[in-house]
Write a protein that binds this ligand. Sequence first.
Ligand code: B16
Ligand code: MG
Length: 217
Amino acid sequence: NKIGVIFDLDGVIVDTAKYHYLAWKELADDLGFEFTEKHNELLKGVSRVRSLEILLGIGNISISEEKKQEYLVSKNEEYLGYITKMGANEILPGASELLDALDNVGIKYVLGSASKNAPLILKQIGLYDRFAGIVDGNSVSKAKPDPEVFLIGAEKLNLTPKQCVVFEDAIAGIEAAKNANMISVGIGDENTLKEADYNFNNLTEVPSDFFEKLVTL
Ligand code: B16
Ligand code: MG
């Protein structure tokens, strides 16, 4: 009985949601409507294209496909301005320690993120080489809650879905893990992520014998 781990990126390893927020807010400002941090919650774990659609819905704005493409590019350029300034100090509490613990017991892990910028972010924070594989927004055709991203992750781990443990902060991500038939761990508010098999407020709370216990289940 072997297990492997699939980590979501934003909200689990780093908090890039705050940079997504700033970049989307810039666009909303230009378009002349208010975009709050509460609105931003709706974009967590959701693809870039879908995020734009939700944002435009909030502003009650309809625009051409061409304009949409333009906004997707400008938002990402703005976002990259923040991302390229990131460093290892932005790794969320408990993440490095958890990866160390997995390395020590020989449990492999891959990334399963909706972000097309995931490789860049991992390089910025110095964790890129640690992962056995990276599945990001460039490698999937269907967004979470579709299980595709995690199923490709299982292939990279050479494991069956039931042997995979997914760490996620978004409802759509927990749903995707369930749809993939994997063990799901919700990181963040327990009430929001109540569908998860296990819940922790953050990675520092994951007990040191967590994986050991899973293997013997
Ligand atoms: P990008 P995750 C997701 O990352 C973010 O939570 C979501 O807000 C974002 O829209 C999505 O990545 C796409 O990001 O614009 O960089 O391709 O949580 O799946 O790691
Ligand atoms: Mg996330």
